[in-house]
Ligand binder design. Sequence first.
Ligand SMILES: *Cc1c(COP(=O)(O)O)cnc(C)c1O
Length: 384
Amino acid sequence: MTGQEEWIPYARQSIDEEDIAAVAEALRGDYLTTGPAIDRFEAALARRVGARFGVAVSSGTAALHAAYFAAGIGPGDEVIVPANTFAATANAALYLGAKPVFADIEPDTGNVDVAAVASLITERTRAIVPVHFAGLPADIAAIRDMAERYGLPVIEDAAHALGAAVEGRPVGSLSAMTTLSFHPVKHIATGEGGMVVTDDEELYRKLVLFRSHGITRDRAFMEADEGAWYYEMHALGYNYRMTDIQAVLGESQLKKLDRFLDRRREIADRYDRELACLNEAIALPGRRRGRESAWHLYVIRVVAGEARRKAFVDYLRERGILVNVHYRPVYLHPYYRNLGYGPGLCPAAERFYSQAVSLPMYAGLTESQQARVIEAVIEGAKAT
Ligand SMILES: *Cc1c(COP(=O)(O)O)cnc(C)c1O
């Protein structure tokens, strides 16, 4: 990188003075954890995604763990997840003694291939977990039809897809449970944080129990009542609570979500327009009619594959454009190989990984920064 040009990351949060003021006010208040801001944030987010209940937790990973728990997943069960995802989607099954079963993906969107999912269903399958890769909804209608046929719950890992929609219906209103992440690279940031949304009151109760040690103080569900101090532990839960400090930040960020999404769509459209000239060398992200992406990532593919992709990534990084790669198929990580998974399991996901490059995509990316990225991508595609 030369001179005074700044680094451009692949993703980053957008925090303004209003967010900072909200957090400062929370710090002056009576609650630092599990106060009124949690209820407000849960209600506002659930409303935004068309769900009845939201349960705020300490991370998107905790949200997945809680959702799998609430679905009754346990030892010996199988959970079908895409190979092209962040490790947490699969890890949360292992936390409960269940086995992640990896499904291959569509080559252009990186989303799970519905036929691959169908071929993996056994009598041990307990849930199907699509991930809306990069923010584009997976084929949720086909997945839901299949899940209904087999009597299986669908749990959407929507860490990439806050604000996405299918035929006008928001992600979060489509399945038994949907999990979200508020990590700073995602659409809204709470530092660490996540949520499970659901319409089902019984699942909601299980999620709330799991978030706080499996402990309840709700008289309606206790076996006894020995006094004002009394509570009961009904399940082996965790401390997965979100703090009020995080919840006020989430609440403040949520007010800006529509603006953030508009900007992400604008950035995607400009990449589509100005990189179309590279169509032999660089494939642009697949879209699907009726499915509106939330554009968490903008993933292009270097068609020539692994060696060219590495040179291309190095070229951009040397110019201060900190592109990234999403994802190495989860089962190729050493931990999973030690469990017996190995190369060749999901060929399309392996090919996708060998070609993928995530370009800068976040609400705060300026027009001149994007111009710099586009210029470097076009030059890089020729030079490498
Ligand atoms: C970010 C992410 C998670 C985990 O969220 P954290 O808040 O970082 O724990 C899970 N699944 C996917 C697909 C993600 O991108």
